[in-house]
Ligand binder design. Structure first.
Ligand code: SF4
Length: 411
């Protein structure tokens, strides 16, 4: 049963684990675990000194659950290895463990709790965005790192520990970055790099032990999955088998695109386009349509301030966004409202209405200008999952930046 991290019972007489393995459930970390279980000479600690910990984003492929429950959990139980499964229960976790739940803490695990609690899908759709392929994998930092750190602190109880991560032999850069987080208590360790094992070697070893390989562990909408040709093909095939999973990824993307046409799950390109071009994923598109037909929609007002780059004012530096909800109802009702707004505003010469190449109607009151800073303001209908969001100083920023924008249509 899930319990808050802050209420997690810690037996004061039990020695804290000396080795913590952040178990990612993918090919790399599974090969490490199997080797440790099969070959005691591959490790310099006893299995009762080890604790595995997995942070669930709540957005994992179901095939990962099947693989873990079939091939890994029985082996952990047989070897009496401690396995903790944790997740966020709310968007913002705290360093002392608030907002984090322990889904399972067992030496005889039988179930993988991939549903998590507060999911990354929830977080991203509420923010009206998608996971970003550029930058520092913030989605992972928020949904996994934030859940792992307090639990690790709680079970190690101030004692030094070795923190094992499954970076493979070609991931020296990621290991070097991780080592920057070492402290007096924490020492990062990377067995695959020590062993010189790349992904192919890890897969070959896993297959030699369990007779098959373990697929990629990732969120069903992970931009890194879709950025790579072979993992993209595998993900689209998984969508074909599980159309509702594909539809939920497209739903997230649709909300993000409505609020910002430049968004897209595939490194700024649209997953929806990939699915359409695929030719055999009509069931995914049908599932999305069915979902949209019954889902509550909202009329959103979006304002965006686009600021210049400090080193080059002709280039975009950063943007601030305000999202407000101006109405809620069925999809038909909200689209009717937007069309009336468009007809009325266009007739009066106050706005421009435009259906983008994404097929989404936006009604602009301000179009962004060519010089930064500039602003834009538009109205759009989308599934009512994105929350209102606006920085407390947004109106002041808007007033300051507005001269750079222009009305959509000269009054
Ligand atoms: S699997 Fe992808 S989308 Fe999920 S947390 Fe990791 S980087 Fe982000």
């Amino acid at each position: 049963m899930a319990m808050p991290c802050t209420e997690m019972p810690v037996d004061p007489t039990a020695p804290p684990p000396k080795v913590i393995f952040s178990f990612g459930m993918g090919a790399d970390s599974t090969s490490i675990l199997l080797r440790w279980l099969e070959d005691p000479t591959s490790r310099d600690f006893e299995l009762d000194e080890l604790a595995l910990i997995t942070a669930h984003t709540g957005s994992e492929w179901d095939s990962t659950r099947t693989a873990m429950e079939t091939h890994v959990l029985p082996r952990l139980a047989a070897a009496n290895v401690r396995f903790l499964q944790v997740a966020r229960s709310q968007r913002h976790a705290t360093i002392d463990g608030g907002g984090i739940v322990v889904l399972d803490d067992s030496r005889h695990p039988t179930s993988l709790y991939i549903e998590g609690a507060y999911t990354l899908w929830d977080e991203l759709t509420e923010a009206g965005t998608v996971a970003q392929a550029s930058g520092a994998r913030l989605c992972s930092v928020h949904s996994k790192g934030a859940a792992l750190d307090p639990v690790i602190a709680r079970i190690t109880r101030g004692q030094p520990y070795r923190h094992v991560i499954g970076f493979e032999a070609n991931e020296l850069g990621r290991a070097a970055k991780d080592a920057l987080h070492n402290t007096d208590l924490r020492t990062g360790e990377y067995p695959l790099i020590e062993w010189g094992w790349d992904r192919a070697t890890a897969n070959a070893y896993t297959e030699s032990i369990i007779g098959t390989t373990i697929g990629r562990s990732a969120c069903t909408f992970c931009p890194f999955t879709f950025a790579n040709r072979s993992s993209r093909a595998a993900a689209l095939e998984r969508f074909r088998v599980e159309p509702h999973v594909g539809a939920s990824a497209l739903l997230m993307e649709r909300i993000a695109i409505a609020l910002n046409p430049a968004q897209g799950i595939v490194a700024g390109k649209r997953l929806t386009d990939l699915v359409r071009e695929h030719g055999q994923l009509d069931t995914v598109l049908d599932a999305l349509d069915a979902d949209l037909r019954q889902r509550e929609h909202a009329l959103y007002e979006v304002r965006r301030i686009l600021r210049p780059r400090k080193t080059d004012p002709t280039k975009l530096g950063n943007a601030a966004r305000s999202v407000r909800i101006r109405g809620r109802g069925s999809r038909g009702a909200m689209e009717g409202l937007l069309r009336r707004l468009a007809d009325d505003g266009v007739r009066k010469g106050l706005i421009e209405a435009e259906t983008g190449d994404d097929g989404i109607l936006r009604v602009y009151q301000h179009r962004r200008g060519p010089v930064f800073p500039t602003v834009e303001r538009f109205f759009v209908v989308a599934p009512a999952l994105a929350h209102e969001k606006e920085h407390e100083r947004f109106d002041q920023w808007w007033a300051d930046a507005r001269p750079g924008g222009r009305r959509a249509v000269a009054a």
